[in-house]
Write a protein that binds this ligand. Sequence first.
Ligand SMILES: [Fe+2]
Ligand SMILES: [Fe+2]
Length: 249
Amino acid sequence: MPGLSVAVRRLLFLAAMMMRDFQHRAVDSIKRHALTISLRSRKAQTQVLQEYLWIEEGAEAIALDRIPPEAPWLGKLVSRQLADEERHAKLLRARLAELGVASTRPPPSILRVKLWWLDRVCAPYKQAFAAGPVVVLLAVAAQLELTGIRMFERHLGVLDTLAPDDPTGDLLRSILSDERRHAKSCASAARKLLRDHERAKFDELCDRVAAVDRSFGITISLGYWVNIATTAFRDRAADRDIAIEKAAS
Ligand SMILES: [Fe+2]
Ligand SMILES: [Fe+2]
């Protein structure tokens, strides 16, 4: 930002860091609370798993599917990760079936809006790298994998503290170890394709992608909390009604 003094730039940088930290903490507390509430209701737990399924079959798979196999090593990486995402979706569907959910719902429109917004933010960078738009697609895939890691780590943290024997824990641990590998391999594949002078531009792109992810985070997590809390509340009210009916008969 030309024309700004060093002190003002430092202040703006500090404010941006504080905002980033606030957004992460807000999303984490809202979702952690929703996950805690969900433990009281089977239906609410299925809603949580349904959201993971949207991410596995939607955001993560779409991001990888768009990556052209520019080189054999990249083609191999993408097909291996797509096979992992398919396995994650199967595991989630199997757990949902165990919990009594046979069919699943389509994703909410806000997830499609987020992908559209990511495309919009990334558009100016598509021709910015000698290796082509593949660099941008890998940056987006790496960010979505990082978001998945935070989401599964948070859920496991709640389960380890409050419900260590819940079978969902093993399922999430198995998915999480793949997601950690995916995030690393997408980021290092992008860096492998970069020329030295493109690194600053790439970091700028990654910052912008992460900012979109954070800005949608609070809205999505509030909707998530309302859905989970409403379902858990209805479920408890229904259980109470059944108990009253039984006591009266
Ligand atoms: Fe996945
Ligand atoms: Fe993944």
